[in-house]
Write a protein that binds this ligand. Structure first.
Ligand SMILES: Nc1nc2c(ncn2[C@@H]2O[C@H](COP(=O)(O)OP(=O)(O)O)[C@@H](O)[C@H]2O)c(=O)[nH]1
Ligand SMILES: [Mg+2]
Length: 312
């Protein structure tokens, strides 16, 4: 899936974060609880090494409770990571994270020096909402603010606690391919660059296999269709997304499905599990290894041919 991720901003953010990292005592990574893997930044582990981290699975009100528990267990296999769920619109819950953070930071600091925490997360994941909740006042603008590079901010949250807001723009995982789709379905990717028909098909296919009952209930279907296109047609018929001659209006039904998923109208539905990600990774790694091997073989062949021509 082709997505424009503003590489200029990416490089700048990457450099700035690496520079301040030595001063950071605690990382607070905010991910979308519906896609905790896809919405994470691929460089966080490289930056973090063994610094303590609070991994915040936000928008918990939209995610599947049992899948979320699987993710918490998965992340907490690393003893420096504490994974927690959050609805960042609840300021009290946000404020409580300060204590969770204090408990995690065990490395000695010079007396009187506040804990420096850095908050990381892709656009629209709920960072500003969380910052405002932790601070107990409006500091950061929330909602659909475009992802532009801003100066790194230092926000005092308590006498012993300072928060660094990430400079610029953080990107999510875009490999394997499913990650890009899931990010688009949740609304993490600007609508202007996505193809609704394409991502709605992806969503319908996933939901048909993993949450058929939610689809049956929401769209009053008699049964779950065997193939995804029939499902989309059935939803279109239920919702009057039908044009002249009885043809379905594909873009209308696609937008409807995506909108209703994002609003939680189909229920609390997660889009990935640790198992699914592991399976996708192993397929993608095998494909990559095959491609690399084929390339090596071509290079070797070319060198042999060169040698032969020289000898002649
Ligand atoms: N349903 C739900 N929406 C949330 C939650 N946290 C944030 N939001 C919404 O997500 C949108 C983006 O939040 P914002 O804080 O601006 O994200 P940022 O780009 O990471 O700073 C806003 O409309 C928030 O109200 C949450 O826990 N649940
Ligand atoms: Mg923000």
């Amino acid at each position: 899936m082709a997505i424009n991720w503003f590489p200029g901003h990416m490089h700048k953010a990457r450099k700035e974060i690496a520079q301040v990292m030595p001063k950071v005592d605690l990382l607070i990574e905010v991910v979308d609880a519906r896609i905790p893997y896809s919405s994470a930044n691929p460089l966080v582990d490289e930056w973090r090494r063994d610094k303590p981290m609070l991994k915040i699975l936000n928008k918990i009100d939209l995610a599947d409770t049992s899948v979320t528990q699987n993710w918490i267990d998965y992340f907490q296999r690393d003893s420096d990571v504490r994974a927690l769920t959050l609805d960042a619109r609840n300021a009290q819950q946000c404020r409580e994270l300060l204590n969770r953070g204090r408990k995690l930071v065990t490395a000695p600091r010079s007396s009187g020096k506040p804990i420096t925490a850095m908050i990381l997360g892709i656009p629209n994941v709920g960072k500003s909402t969380l910052i405002n909740g932790m601070a107990g006042r409006i500091i950061a603008k929330t909602g659909n603010v475009p992802a532009v590079t801003k100066k790194q901010q230092r926000i005092p949250l308590a006498q012993d606690f300072v928060l660094l807001d990430t400079p610029g723009f953080l990107w999510p995982k875009l490999w394997p391919d499913g990650c890009g789709y899931r990010l688009a379905v949740t609304g993490a990717i600007k609508d202007a660059v996505i193809d609704y028909d394409d991502i709605a098909y992806f969503a319908a296919d996933f939901l048909r296999q993993h949450y058929p009952d939610a689809l049956i209930a929401r769209y009053r279907l008699d049964a779950i269709p065997d193939d995804t296109m029939s499902l989309i047609e059935a939803i279109a018929a239920r919702r009057g997304c039908i044009g002249r001659g009885g043809l379905i209006r594909l873009s209308q039904v696609s937008e409807l499905l995506i909108r209703e998923y994002r609003q939680g109208k189909l229920g609390r539905l997660s889009l990935e599990t640790p198992r699914l990600i592991e399976a996708e990774l192993s397929v993608a790694e095998r494909e990559k290894a095959e491609k690399d091997a084929a390339k090596q073989a071509r290079i070797a062949l070319r060198q042999q041919n060169k040698k032969k021509t020289k000898r002649r």
